[in-house]
Unconditional design. Structure first.
Length: 66
């Protein structure tokens, strides 16, 4: 689990607050990255042609950059 990436849940999306380069590096090395989101727990981050998506329990929401 990656702890130096800060993500929060904002309504129907997740927002990447800190760790943009760390996330890009981690996702380029692996198919998915697990990040601990406050109030949500572990969330899986994947990169698609449409951008980053985050989710758990089968639900995938877009990830917005701040």
């Amino acid at each position: 689990m990656t702890s130096d990436i800060d993500i929060v849940r904002v309504e129907a999306a997740y927002r990447l607050l800190h760790g943009h380069l760390r996330l890009a590096t981690a996702v380029s090395q692996q198919d998915e990255v697990i990040v601990d989101v406050p109030g949500e727990g572990p969330v899986k981050i994947v990169r698609t042609p449409q951008g980053y998506f985050a989710g758990k329990d089968g639900q995938q929401l877009p990830m917005l950059r701040s």
